[in-house]
Design a protein around this ligand. Structure first.
Ligand code: AMP
Ligand code: ZN
Length: 136
């Protein structure tokens, strides 16, 4: 299903033109309009899901297989030497377009781009408390 007014539904389904890298019945992969690095791409499922929570499991597993295909293509054609997969869910996590998408970001030696966070710290007790909270 498409969602009324969703720009990524329109792009994924070809109603709005995009720089398309890949297209099949389930997905379109496009170049990001605001690339953090050369070749920065977005994997868009054609069926609307707001985020990972709404994404059907079958599509979720296909996303990673497609990400791997794109990663290999980028290594071969762009000669990137690294690659980030980034996937934001919810405003608190920085999601700005509420149609599930996976960023595929080629990285180049000394490219100076920053995606990584500054590591925090936690005591053994804090780690154990959160482990229990998640799984027990
Ligand atoms: P996120 O913050 O994970 O929701 O990322 C949204 C991404 O979509 C950003 O990197 C934007 O640059 C990109 N973006 C927004 N609108 C378009 C568009 N019309 N075509 C291509 N990329 C877009
Ligand atoms: Zn959508």
């Amino acid at each position: 299903m498409k969602k009324e007014g969703c720009i990524f539904c329109k792009i994924a389904n070809g109603e709005i033109p995009s720089k398309t890298l890949y297209d099949d019945e389930k997905f379109r992969v496009i170049l990001d309009l605001g690339p953090i690095a050369k070749g920065h791409a977005l994997i868009l499922p054609k069926e609307h899901a707001d985020d990972l929570y709404e994404l059907p499991e079958e599509i979720a597993s296909d996303v990673l297989i497609l990400a791997k295909k794109m990663a290999e293509k980028m290594k071969e054609r762009l000669h990137c030497v690294g690659l980030n997969l980034v996937q934001n869910n919810g405003e608190a996590a920085g999601q700005t377009v509420h149609h599930f998408h996976m960023h595929v970001i080629p990285r180049y030696r000394n490219d100076g781009r920053k995606i990584n966070w500054v590591p925090g710290s936690a005591t053994e007790e804090e780690l154990e408390a959160v482990r229990k909270q998640i799984v027990e």
